[in-house]
Design a protein around this ligand. Sequence first.
Ligand code: 5RP
Length: 218
Amino acid sequence: MTQDEQKRAVAAAAIQHIPVGCIVGVGTGSTANYFIDELAKIKNKIEGAVASSDVTAQRLKGHGIEVLDLNNVIDLPVYVDGADEITEHLHMIKGGGGALTREKIVAAVARKFICITDQSKLVNILGNFPLPVEVIPMARSYVAREIVHLGGHPALRQGFVTDNGNVILDVHGLQIMNPVELEATLNQITGVVTNGLFARRPADTLLLGTDKGVRTIT
Ligand code: 5RP
């Protein structure tokens, strides 16, 4: 299977994990887009969706799926999203699409996080993919200096503003041996909104697209 076929396969497989009548948390990115297309086929069997970005909200609405405000949702049984890197421990780097903060909020509320990726995303050690950090604009230079002290090489994502009006620093050169600790350390830097490590709240299930089909890792 090509990478795209693997993404389509995991998106279709994720539908089996959606309880009838529930509200579904929906991620951002090309794999999540395939999931939205699959979700549209069962839209009459769900109550609605919570979106992790404006672009996802638009795509959901375009399919006639009701998009709910997370503040009005008490129970979110499941969140489905992709990742930029993921380990067998289900720790992830996310935020390649810049939606990391809203993704982390929806993931925090969800009872179950189902990650859907093609096999290229499975790694032994996180950090080859530059780690996105969302930063309040006036703190950009200060946060960048602090990240250099931690051994990273931050680069401002050019011409990009998040849905929350902030900027992204993509941190290169990390070999992340302890993602739980680094996630907390980065979030302690004043001016950081959040970072793209999803380790304190990892995925619960990974649906991994492979040449032989969809592999489930829990
Ligand atoms: C967006 C994300 C995406 O989940 C991540 O970038 C993966 O995207 P894709 O499915 O296009 O490879 O975190 O902020």
